[in-house]
Design a protein around this ligand. Structure first.
Ligand SMILES: [Fe+2]
Ligand SMILES: [Fe+2]
Length: 341
């Protein structure tokens, strides 16, 4: 039993919404449930996690919850967060989560879904990933400043999922800085295109990606093929739209024609291709890779802004944004997600 005041309730407990209660296994909630007695300002335990509720208790919990009197202790936050990760759309219904908590849940969910699909590229897993990306865009669309929270939580360790998410966050942040303003549909498509830009890499054997020595010509060729593989894979999955094709196909093209696979140059490269190129290279540069240590974000953006192979406007905006947002030392998203609590 804990003494509770209206001030510390919010810090110590989450008020449980009926939607979240409904998402729990009906008879065995995975967290301790608390009930608040307004008259004596006391928070007391309603049921212990994992214990089986009777039919009466299930009904009582629903009643208390609908009145706003059912709570979850923040010390069970890790269980609560893991529950939400598997049903990401719940973050749109839970108004009691902080922005930091929502961002952690989103990042965990996206890393999990991307990794699942990357390891086993079957349509069911692509659907799950796509659905979570759409929850993410809905969450961002509700408040355009939320992208900044993610921009301050970039990953610094390279895995395919973390690279894809960093690229999406950087690209969306950057896209918001330039006209024309996006419609909701464009925003959704840009996010999906950015996160899936490298998906063809799932066909490159992992030993090639982690190799510290020089690649053999056939190994190099496998990597050079990934933009084409991405497009083929998405076509096979019936996920085809302009932004996705351009992001996948053109993110390694460079303004001076030195890129691949088509050796496009200048205006032959689409705006989406240019945006993805900057976001993709930035995301790669800030991460530790088998052959290079990750650079501080501002240094990486500065390098891109001075590199004529990249769109100068975009790269300069990225640099200025990092400086003005003071994102020299972002919150380490790897640490945030490190412990599989
Ligand atoms: Fe790539
Ligand atoms: Fe990439």
């Amino acid at each position: 039993m804990a003494q509770a005041t209206s001030q510390n309730i919010g810090e110590a407990y989450y008020q449980l919404s009926p939607e979240i209660l409904e998402s729990f296994p009906k008879f065995r909630p995975p967290v301790d449930l608390y009930v608040f007695d307004d008259n004596i300002a006391v928070m007391s335990i309603f049921s212990k996690k994992g214990s089986r509720l009777t039919n009466e208790q299930v009904q009582k919990a629903a009643e208390l919850c609908s009145k706003g009197d059912l709570f979850v202790c923040r010390s069970d936050q890790h269980i609560y967060i893991h529950h939400m990760v598997k049903q990401l759309d719940l973050i749109l219904q839970d108004e009691n989560l902080t922005e930091a908590e929502c961002s952690e849940i989103c990042l965990r969910a996206l890393v999990m879904r991307y990794t699942e699909y990357h390891e086993q590229p079957v349509p069911e897993l692509l659907d799950k990933l796509y659905r979570d990306v759409m929850v993410f865009t809905e969450y961002l669309w509700q408040d355009q400043y939320r992208i900044n929270t993610f921009f301050r939580r970039l990953f610094r360790k390279q895995t395919p999922a973390k690279h894809a998410i960093n690229t999406m966050v950087t690209g969306l942040w950057l896209r918001r800085q330039i006209p024309p303003e996006q419609t909701r549909k464009d925003f959704d498509r840009t996010a999906a295109a950015l996160i899936l830009h490298d998906i063809g890499m799932c066909k490159v054997p992992p030993f090639i990606l982690s190799k510290k020595t020089a690649l053999k010509p056939d190994e190099k060729e496998k990597i050079l093929q990934h933009p084409i593989t991405s497009v083929k894979l998405m076509r096979k999955s019936d996920l085809v739209f302009n932004e996705l094709i351009k992001a996948s196909f053109e993110h390694h093209e460079r303004l001076d024609g030195s890129g691949y696979p088509q050796k496009l140059s200048g205006s032959q490269i689409s705006p989406m291709g240019k945006l993805t190129a900057v976001a993709d290279s930035f995301s790669a540069m800030i991460c530790d890779r088998p052959y290079a240590k990750g650079k501080p974000p501002i240094e990486a953006a500065k390098e891109l802004a001075e590199d004529p192979r990249y769109d100068t406007t975009l790269a300069s905006l990225l640099k200025m944004g990092l400086v003005s947002e003071k994102i020299d030392n972002p919150i380490d998203a790897d640490k945030l997600l490190e412990d599989d609590k």
